[in-house]
Design a protein. Structure first.
Length: 201
């Protein structure tokens, strides 16, 4: 600034600091969350004053890295106030919450030597505890079998079934002591699909 009169000219200079408030590269992602899961947000600088809204589904609304465990889809807005520069910035992170598909194991007996275990649903990844990677699992040994399955959203479910295999226990009733030339009627107490007696009848 220059001031002039008829006698003197006075020049006054003042140093001015200019701060450019550029938007930080923070939450530019779209979060996909499975129901019941947790993710963590993170913004910078970590020493800024932080305010998240809405607060439901967050572990804290005033820290830079809150945990998010929302059970519904929503948009979270964060306001960042950098006290060292006086700059402020807002950002938005959309959160989509996907439901988990129910999973259920059906069991079909294949006689005494094997069971067929099967699951239904639009799963793209399947893994059984015995190393099978298809929806159908034929097992030939007793035990506990667990299946993990994931859908196109990356949401996984699990189910467990106990399989018991073994020889059938057959109990024959009737008179097992007869005289020569007589006959007796023998019965099998349980109901089976087929029968074969030792005398081929």
């Amino acid at each position: 600034m220059t001031i002039s009169n008829d006698c003197d000219t006075i020049t006054v200079r003042r140093q001015v600091s200019v701060i450019c408030c550029s938007a930080p590269n923070n939450l530019t992602v779209h979060v996909r969350l499975c129901f019941g899961d947790t993710t963590q947000f993170s913004v910078s600088p970590s020493n800024a004053l932080i305010s998240w809204s809405p607060s439901p589904g967050l572990s804290s609304s005033t820290i830079y890295n809150p945990l998010c465990f929302s059970t519904i889809s929503r948009n979270y807005i964060v306001m960042i106030n950098d006290t060292s520069t006086g700059c402020s910035h807002t950002d938005t992170v959309p959160v989509d919450v996907h439901a988990r598909q129910p999973i259920n194991i059906t069991e079909a007996k294949n006689g005494c030597i094997a069971d067929t275990l099967q699951i239904t649903g639009s799963f793209i990844l399947v893994e059984w505890s015995n190393g099978v990677f298809t929806k159908t699992n034929i097992v030939s040994a007793p035990g506990r079998f667990t299946v993990f399955a994931a859908d196109t959203n990356g949401c996984s479910s699990r189910d467990t079934v106990d399989v018991s295999l073994g020889n059938l226990q057959v109990q024959i009733t009737g008179n097992d002591s007869i005289c020569s030339g007589s006959f007796a009627t023998l019965f099998v107490r349980d109901t089976f699909d087929t029968y074969l007696w030792s005398n081929a009848e």
